[in-house]
Design a protein around this ligand. Structure first.
Ligand SMILES: Nc1ncnc2c1ncn2[C@@H]1O[C@H](COP(=O)(O)OP(=O)(O)O)[C@@H](O)[C@H]1O
Ligand SMILES: [Mg+2]
Length: 250
């Protein structure tokens, strides 16, 4: 059964780090190929994965609008599909699609259905899909993305962060997109911080599936722009994500 895993949370909480480490974990378990979807407007999952990006979906849609036309003998839908295929970055086990933008309001309006159909067909080729979302979950709410089996809501180790995760939980309840399991992950946490946050966590109604400790390796790799998928298997964050995946039955 295809597994669709999405990660959401406020900016800077550790979403991209978690996505990269989920992908590393799946790869090492031979759970491939994986379709990675970067749906955060501030897209940088490619860097964490060490992949080059040729373009974004938003850039294609903008281009198609700007040209005011498509090559003769091609329908607009066909043209967009052809271009969409061209922005899929490919590597051995992981392919990456970057949504990008939207630069202005309504950027995705016209091809919503088209994009949805395209995503449906594309994701059918992958047993695993991992999606990095912004807090507003624009793409999930537009149902451009497929239904989600597991959603990890990431919070930093602060009361404010946990409250923000609770708001995301409320937002998810209002989505048309079906979400199977939804879990809370506290990032850059220690045992004591979780204890101190227990009250706030309980109020979210979310199940805390695990924590990711502050990991110097993550900081060092990010400092020099080294892909996080190259972190050693015994680094604390990598092991923590392995535990989280086991608890979430992936
Ligand atoms: N477990 C961790 N240990 C240390 N630093 C972390 C950890 N998780 C994230 N960071 C750092 O926090 C910053 C934000 O992480 P990132 O994953 O990019 O967040 P988001 O995608 O939610 O904006 C990055 O500089 C990253 O290096
Ligand atoms: Mg990010």
């Amino acid at each position: 059964m295809p597994k669709h895993i999405a990660v959401a949370g406020k900016g800077g909480t550790g979403k991209t780090t978690l996505c990269a480490l989920i992908i590393k974990h799946l790869k090492e378990q031979g759970k491939t190929p994986i379709l990675a979807v970067d749906a955060d407007a501030n897209a940088n999952l490619n860097e964490a994965l060490g992949m080059e990006v040729e373009g974004t979906i938003a850039s294609i849609l903008d281009q198609t609008k700007a040209y005011g036309g498509v090559p003769q003998g091609m329908s607009k839908d066909m043209f967009i599909e052809y271009k969409l295929n061209a922005v899929l970055s490919e590597s051995e086990d992981v392919d990456l699609l970057v949504m990008g933008g939207p630069e202005g309001p309504g950027c995705y309006c016209y091809p919503n259905d088209l994009l949805k159909r395209y995503m449906e067909r594309l994701s059918g080729n992958y047993p695993y899909l991992v999606m990095d979302n912004e807090a507003g979950m624009e793409h999930l709410s537009r149902r451009v993305a497929q239904d989600v089996d597991i959603l990890f809501v990431v919070s930093d180790a602060t009361a404010r962060g946990v409250r923000s995760a609770a708001r995301i939980h409320q937002l998810v309840k209002g989505l048309k997109t079906k979400v199977g399991e939804i879990y809370l992950v506290i990032s850059r946490a220690s045992g004591e911080t979780v204890e101190a946050l227990a009250g706030e966590i309980e109020k979210t109604g979310l199940e805390l599936v695990g924590t990711i400790p502050l990991d110097e390796g993550v900081m060092e790799f990010d400092l020099v722009g080294r892909p996080l998928v190259e972190l050693p298997d015994d680094s604390p964050a990598v092991r923590a994500v392995g535990d989280i995946m086991a608890r979430a039955n992936v």
